[in-house]
Ligand binder design. Sequence first.
Ligand code: FAD
Ligand code: NAP
Length: 336
Amino acid sequence: MKVEMRKSLQDYNTFGLDVTAEQLIRVRSISELKKGIEKNDQPLFILGGGSNILFTKDIQGLVLKNEIKGIEVIKEFKHSVHLSIGGGENWHQLVLWTIKHNYGGIENLSLIPGTVGAAPIQNIGAYGVELQDVFVRLTAIDLKTGKSKTYFRKDCAFGYRDSIFKRALKGKVLISRVVLRLTKAPHKINTSYGAIRSTLDERGITNPTIKEVSDAVIAIRSSKLPDPAVLGNAGSFFKNPEVSASRFNKLKKQFPNIVAYPLENGQYKIPAGWLIEQCGWKGKRIGNTGSHAQQALVIVNYGGATGSEIKAHAERVIASVKEKFGIQLTSEVNIY
Ligand code: FAD
Ligand code: NAP
């Protein structure tokens, strides 16, 4: 197992920030991981695909880059299968694999960058589907003891872009394997989000297959989200805020055009992108960074930005949304 010294992470984070890891190892198996961390006395940092990270400084200590691979059907039922997937597999490649094998459940999560091991961390979600909808269990290795532990759904405290791995266990365990339960045909198709329905309508598709849903999601995302290979970004920078019904009613009086979605818990979800746009940030560039012209929720690196510049832009956005709407935006991206 090679230790790479003073390794640039520019190609390993989707903002394209040129920070350095003091040391980096590529972890391809649990035994490699255990070898990497035994007798270790340096700070450890876990890296997946770097698509939900904003680096504001160099990383001291040892970066563990998760490259544990493998996709395996471990159980087969009449209507479903259990898949066990190495945490270092690429998420979108997994989605394409499931579609090729006609296993349903994650087609709405097409084209989300990053690794399978990071997917439970913020319970990745898009177009009305979240990882927790198909989640069975995961294996995580404690970075202090090297011991592995199984976490079932009830242990993960999944929430909206949230889990125990983003809170109490942040940086303490490495997710090495994830087990998902996917359907065999006939599948439950979810076209609750308008953009999917209208794309399928335009294509004259009334009874979509999982492949047709995935293709629609890929087309929508490619048309409005910046490709990190072209323009550095980490997807949505902020979470969508949730407010009480009474707070929403007050806001509605003040801002009659406000966009909101009622939630099962009685609260209202307000798209952060709408709030940011109303504050005039959509398409606004300051120096090497700014809010994306097609989706104000995304902060981009136009080239040469530092993590601190991007963080300062996020803080400007937060301050103006607070001032206009009294709503405190919180970051979805992990800032280091
Ligand atoms: P990283 O960015 O490498 O890591 C994220 C955090 O998890 C860090 O704190 C890291 O230390 C930790 N970590 C990583 N791997 C592990 C592991 N195996 N064990 C323990 N800790 C770990 N997210 C959505 O939810 N929905 C979307 O639709 C979506 N769209 C996106 C679109 C674009 C263009 C981009 C750039 C990002 C998007 N994201 C979206 C965010 C991102 O893709 C996801 O959060 C993804 O799961 C991050 O995976 P990663 O491997 O890149 O994690
Ligand atoms: P969009 O369709 O323009 O919608 C804006 C926001 O409104 C979304 O954030 C979504 O909330 C909410 N919304 C839209 N239709 C809804 C419905 N029928 N029911 C409930 N809420 C609804 O959003 P977009 O930016 O193009 O993104 C599309 C999907 O991809 C969203 O689910 C979004 O979360 C996901 N996405 C995530 C990231 C990321 O980095 N996290 C990046 C790009 C896209 P939700 O976000 O809660 O779904």
